[in-house]
Write a new protein. Structure first.
Length: 713
């Protein structure tokens, strides 16, 4: 911060005016609700809880902690969050308060600039008429030089006598060496920020006496004295008056708290937010929020048009979300005032002391200035200011000034870009190439696209907040997140697109896959097939001539995780091939090698202990297959070869279903045609005799139940 107040008049005496710290007593009811760490800190006799007004004085204190009650949970937060919160506590060690008061008292006691410049080697001077005299006995040759050789008029102050010495450069050199040693030798130099908020832009080097990068002790920066303007020049970019020399040359007080008024009446300003070289994303977080305008609805207005007019985004939800009762179905009447987002704003804040107003000036993608009036406060009392700055992506410089003093900061605003990586695999974990997808924006807008050769796509845009994805060629039940993460939004379409008549050899899953579904339940459980479910309670048993409604695919939008690879997988169901084999001559078939060929699919295995051959059918188009049984695993010559029909078994309640099962079990019923001829009656009679049922050659309920039990389905 650069000071430019004139000190041609000697400073007034300083009184002991350090700010009192007010404590806050935590009620027992609140104390019991605090978390253990905070409760222990509050109960610690070495700590105190301070009031909100005192917390403002301690906002920069490294040992002061601020706690905020966030939705019934206490958490450590920044000072800015503490001030905005309805309930908060500020805790600070007592020792830090005592140190602060002691340092503040020290800052008020020692105030004469020449005393500081020489660290005891220069003696304060005062004016008495046209003569310069000493308050105390001189302690250095510099004082003697000033007293002996200076000719001071009645209006001159002690610094004027200092400046008018005929050996000015010699005095400056001596003063600089003495002040430099006394002010920086202990590492307590008062630092001065340059007009660009950092180190001298003309040099990339740092003095060994400089305490921190970007700031240089002013006692080491003085290059020359301008005798005509009575001004000390600092580097090539920054200048300050004698008051700046006075302020910057004082020892830096190590008080753990903001020391805005180094002496009574001196104006100060400071920027707290945004911090120097900070970066901000355009999102509703912390001090960044949306800016709004009021729009009066006209006859031709639509929500989409209004949103695009002010925000540049074709998103009608920007109108609906901020205006209660206004929806797509209930648009706002003509003349209604609407609150519409128009951009972004950053709440900047800071403090000032001993001034009535501050002037904010900013330059960047947006630029302007604003003068803020402050409340009238007692001398050396802090006043806090804040202002909502309109911002866009880019670099900014912000300056606050008042009464010849200023502070500045630089910050960068970046557009919030949302990026998502999407992958889709099949049931064998292979990429699904060129699969169609839909991306749903937070506004409800849909973006259609297609995955690449690797079954992937990357979506990135500032508009893609809370993006969701749907794969249009798959039903909602047929795909999911392979990582088991992400909530979904499913919309079942109750309409159906067509009717399908079941043919011989059809299975429910085969019908589903013929129409782009991968689960039989997608069709069987659809509301439009309620009557079919009543007729066929077992979805595995269909009858030729049955009719099914083929529904439209259910839509499912799954949440995407930002900056991560969102892996989804198709989840397909498969029909099972089941065949039980028994040798007519009683030979043991268990363990014999079996090879089954179904269309493009070939299965090789062994007969299980129950005589069952079972595997998942991959080729759902195959209606017939060939079975070969070998005497051993090493044999290449089959001992049995026969053809099977896939999915040709009708329900047990139908006569064709009885015929098919009896034939498979060796009770010959002839051709499976649903006709109750002599061969069918003979086969049924033989089955009833073997299983000790009533022998009447009629496949009634008892015969059907036993037949289903023996056959297995």
């Amino acid at each position: 911060m650069v000071y430019s107040t004139d000190l041609s008049v000697a400073p007034a005496p300083i009184e002991n005016t350090h700010s009192a710290i007010e404590t806050y007593r935590v009620p027992p009811s609140l104390l019991g609700a605090l978390p253990p760490q905070l409760k222990a800190s509050v109960r610690d006799a070495n700590n105190i809880v301070v009031s909100r007004s005192s917390a403002a004085l301690l906002r920069d204190h490294p040992q002061c902690t601020f706690w905020v009650n966030d939705r019934k949970t206490w958490n450590k937060r920044r000072y800015q969050d503490y001030m905005r919160a309805e309930q908060g506590l500020a805790v600070v060690p007592k020792a830090a308060i005592e140190q602060r008061n002691s340092a503040e008292q020290h800052a008020h006691d020692v105030h004469n600039p020449l005393t500081w410049l020489t660290a005891g080697a220069l003696t304060p001077l005062t004016n008495q008429g046209n003569n310069t005299t000493n308050i105390t006995q001189p302690q250095s040759t510099i004082t003697d030089l000033i007293k002996r050789d200076s000719k001071v008029n009645a209006k001159s102050g002690p610094l004027d006598a200092y400046h008018q010495h005929e050996n000015t450069q010699q005095v400056i050199q001596q003063r600089s060496s003495i002040a430099g040693e006394s002010l920086t030798g202990q590492g307590n130099a008062k630092h001065l920020r340059t007009s660009h908020g950092g180190a001298n832009p003309q040099s990339n080097t740092t003095s060994k006496n400089t305490k921190q990068t970007g700031y240089t002790p002013i006692a080491l920066q003085h290059q020359q004295l301008d005798m005509a303007n009575n001004t000390v020049l600092v580097n090539e970019r920054t200048q300050t008056t004698k008051q700046g020399l006075y302020e910057a040359s004082k020892k830096q007080v190590k008080a753990n708290g903001p020391q805005h008024a180094v002496r009574p009446g001196v104006p100060t300003v400071k920027i707290y937010t945004p911090e120097l070289n900070s970066q901000w994303l355009l999102e509703r977080k912390g001090p960044i929020n949306r800016a709004f305008v009021t729009h009066i609805v006209n006859a031709n207005d639509t929500a989409l048009r209004i949103a695009e007019q002010y925000s540049g985004m074709a998103d009608p939800n920007l109108v609906y979300n901020y205006n209660l009762g206004v929806t797509e179905q209930k648009p706002a009447p003509v003349g209604t005032p609407l609150r519409v987002p128009s951009g972004w704003e950053l709440e900047v804040e800071g403090s000032a002391c001993n001034t009535q107003s501050v002037l904010l000036q900013w330059q960047g993608p947006t630029s302007g200035e604003a003068e803020l009036e402050l409340e009238k406060r007692p001398i050396d009392s802090l006043d806090f200011w804040h202002y909502k700055l309109p911002i866009e992506p880019g670099d900014y410089q912000l300056t606050v000034s008042s009464s010849g003093v200023y502070d500045e900061t630089h910050f960068t605003v970046k557009a919030r870009v949302y990026t998502y990586h999407i992958s889709l695999l099949d049931e064998q974990q292979q990429p699904l190439k060129h699969a169609k997808y839909q991306a749903r924006l937070k506004s409800g807008h849909i973006i259609d696209g297609e995955l690449d050769e690797a079954g992937q796509v990357t979506l990135s845009s500032p508009l893609y907040e809370s993006l969701k994805v749907n794969f249009t060629e798959l039903d909602a039940q047929d795909w999911g997140n392979a990582q088991g993460l992400g909530n979904t939004l499913t919309k079942v379409n109750t309409a159906f697109t067509q009717q399908y008549t079941v043919a011989q050899g059809d299975t429910l899953l085969r019908i589903a896959k013929l129409h782009g579904f991968y689960h039989a339940e997608c069709i069987y459980q659809h509301p439009s097939n309620h009557a079919f479910r009543t007729l066929r309670p077992d979805p595995n048993l269909l009858y030729p001539g049955d009719t099914l409604n083929i529904p439209a695919k259910a839509v499912k939008f799954s949440n995407l995780r930002e900056n991560q690879n969102n892996i989804f997988a198709r989840q397909a169901e498969h029909d099972m091939f089941r065949l039980r084999v028994e040798a007519a001559n009683g030979d043991n078939m268990v363990g014999k090698k079996v090879v089954v060929t179904l269309g493009e699919q070939t299965f090789e295995g062994v007969v299980a202990s129950n005589g069952l051959i079972e595997f998942a059918i991959q080729d759902h188009t195959a209606l017939t297959g060939q079975v070969e049984i070998y005497p051993s695993l090493e044999s290449d010559t089959p001992i049995h070869t026969f053809t099977v029909q896939v999915a040709h078994l009708d329900p047990i309640t139908s006569l064709s279903g009885v015929q098919g099962r009896c034939n498979a079990l060796g009770f010959e019923c002839g051709k499976v045609d649903g006709l109750n001829g002599p061969k069918t009656r003979a086969g049924v009679r033989q089955f009833q005799q073997v299983h000790k049922l009533t022998v009447d050659a009629i496949a009634g309920p008892n015969t059907q139940a036993k037949l289903q039990q023996v056959y297995g389905s």
